[in-house]
Design a protein around this ligand. Structure first.
Ligand code: FAD
Length: 472
């Protein structure tokens, strides 16, 4: 009998739960990936393109081991009908399921279809998180709404261990489906080629290398250095976790086995945020459409397209915000501290709807994950479950002085300011004309004046949030 293994955002062989179960059940496996037309963006995006670059890499990697990843395009149900016709002895379907959003609805729909129409047994595994969205509850049976108590409980639970998988035992089912056609179809979706993928740093092997380099060189100091963007002290594992090129169990276990340090403890806490936001998304399914906190659903956002464009392109006149946005535009990734800074700036200083920012990140991030992105945005916009209070507003200039004191990060992405000393780089609008000449930058020409006055914007934002509260 033949089993079908349906890959989605789990583009790896090692430590793949659904694949391990499929192999346990039969050594004859058909590997499939479906390109979901519903999910395809109308305009090419970095997010989508970099994901398909990883699919392409995965297909190549499997090919080296004599395994074909069959790629289908079109209606999902048609794919399963086709497989059933081609492979009459197919009885079991394996995949790692989604716990929220469109993915979860699709999984339920397909499960029903395969069971009822094709008489297939469906085996859906939880693979994407250390703990499932529905696993951790408060003693009163409700889901947690606050991170710290969730984290305390999370820490007490045993984590699943990685599973080794031996591909050598697999014998493949071949389909009469042109591989050339599949390759062309896939290449057509990789618009940006690999330029956003950290100089070709993609694939299962690379992901494991990134993990071991991080553990060896950065983990022990992670607690001290992780907030300083110029130090590049975080793991950069997010893009591999998003595509599934590495599993969360492999990451957790390797970190757990490394020597004890404050860096290790802090890093493990970050991994918990990923589970936490997965739980929040699954238990607040409406959070994609609106603020979780009802009292902030009436905030009167400013629909200022010009300022939104300045923010997107990194021309706000606040160097740390501009450097961060330019890092995103250039690399498809942004440092976590800066994601908080730019999200706060958009929602509080510009009073622009967090959903605009979320949508822009969705297009641009190579590590785009709906639960973490929406969770991060709702946190910054003070609309999430336990977000930053609406009256505690980041001052972008103070954030800049604190986390990029020498302006090294700013200089990397805002070359107009490269000659400024660290005492001047955080507020270039304060340069005198003589200084502008000395540092070869004309404010308002080479680099913009601030598009907003932070002090005034802060007062307006607090008023807008209080107005919403009063109206709710
Ligand atoms: P590290 O610091 O090395 O952390 C290790 C891993 O822990 C990360 O790869 C990630 O899986 C997890 N993690 C760390 N911080 C968080 C967090 N706050 N929330 C959830 N998981 C976390 N992360 C995404 O993976 N995809 C997103 O789309 C995303 N959007 C965000 C939007 C905003 C507005 C904010 C404030 C944060 C967002 N994050 C998102 C969380 C975080 O910024 C990234 O996970 C992190 O910067 C990725 O870099 P890294 O792998 O080097 O992180």
């Amino acid at each position: 009998k033949t089993n079908v293994m349906w890959f989605r955002r789990d583009l790896r062989v090692f430590d793949n739960i659904a694949l391990a179960r499929a192999i346990e059940n039969s050594n004859k496996i058909l590997f499939v990936f479906h390109i979901d037309t519903y999910q395809l963006e109308k305009q090419p995006t970095v997010n989508q393109s970099s994901f398909f670059a990883s699919v392409q890499q995965f297909k190549k990697h499997l090919k080296e081991q004599n395994i074909d990843l069959q790629i289908f395009y079109g209606e999902l149900k048609d794919m399963f009908d086709y497989i059933k016709k081609q492979v009459p002895n197919w009885h079991d379907l394996y995949f790692n399921c989604d716990e929220h959003g469109y993915g979860s609805e699709r999984d339920q729909d397909i499960t029903k279809y395969c069971q009822e129409n094709l008489h297939i047994r469906v085996h859906a595994a939880i693979d994407y998180n250390l703990h499932s969205a529905y696993e951790i509850k408060k003693p009163d049976g409700h889901y947690y709404q606050v991170f710290t108590p969730y984290f305390k409980r999370w820490m007490t639970l045993v984590k699943p261990k990685p599973i080794a998988i031996d591909l050598a035992s697999i014998s493949q089912e071949h389909l009469a489906f042109s591989t050339l056609e599949q390759d062309t179809m896939l290449s057509g979706l990789i618009y940006e080629q690999h330029s956003y993928a950290y100089d070709n740093q993609i694939g299962e092997g690379k992901a494991r290398q990134v993990l071991s380099d991080f553990i060896e060189n950065k983990l022990a100091q992670y607690d001290q250095n992780r907030d300083v963007p110029s130090l590049n002290a975080t793991s950069h594992l997010s893009r591999y976790l998003r595509t599934g090129e590495i599993s969360i169990r492999t990451v957790y276990e390797a970190v757990r086995q490394s020597p004890d340090s404050d860096g290790r403890a802090t890093f493990i806490k970050e991994l918990c945020w990923r589970d936490y936001y997965n739980m929040i998304y699954a238990t607040h399914p409406q959070q994609n459409e609106s603020a979780i906190r009802p009292e902030f659903r009436q905030v009167r956002w400013r629909d200022d397209k010009i300022e939104f464009d300045d923010w997107q392109t990194g021309h706000t006149g606040f160097p740390i915000v501009d450097a961060a946005m330019r890092q995103l535009n250039a690399t498809g990734w942004m440092h976590n501290r800066l994601r908080m800074v730019v999200a706060s700036f958009l929602t509080k200083d510009l009073l622009i709807n967090w959903q605009w920012g979320e949508a822009y990140f969705k297009q641009k991030l190579v590590d785009y994950d709906p639960a973490s992105n929406i969770g991060g945005w709702q946190w910054a916009a003070s609309t999430g479950t336990d977000s930053v209070p609406y009256f505690r507003i980041f001052n972008p200039t103070l954030q800049s002085k604190k986390f990029d004191p020498d302006g090294l990060f700013i200089k990397k992405y805002v070359p107009e300011l490269k000659d400024l000393p660290s005492t001047k780089i955080h507020e270039p609008s304060k340069l005198s004309l003589i200084e502008q000449r000395r540092y070869q930058v004309t404010i308002g020409h080479d680099y913009p004046k601030p598009i907003v006055d932070h002090k005034m914007a802060r007062i307006s934002a607090i008023a807008a949030y209080e107005q919403s509260k009063a109206n709710s």
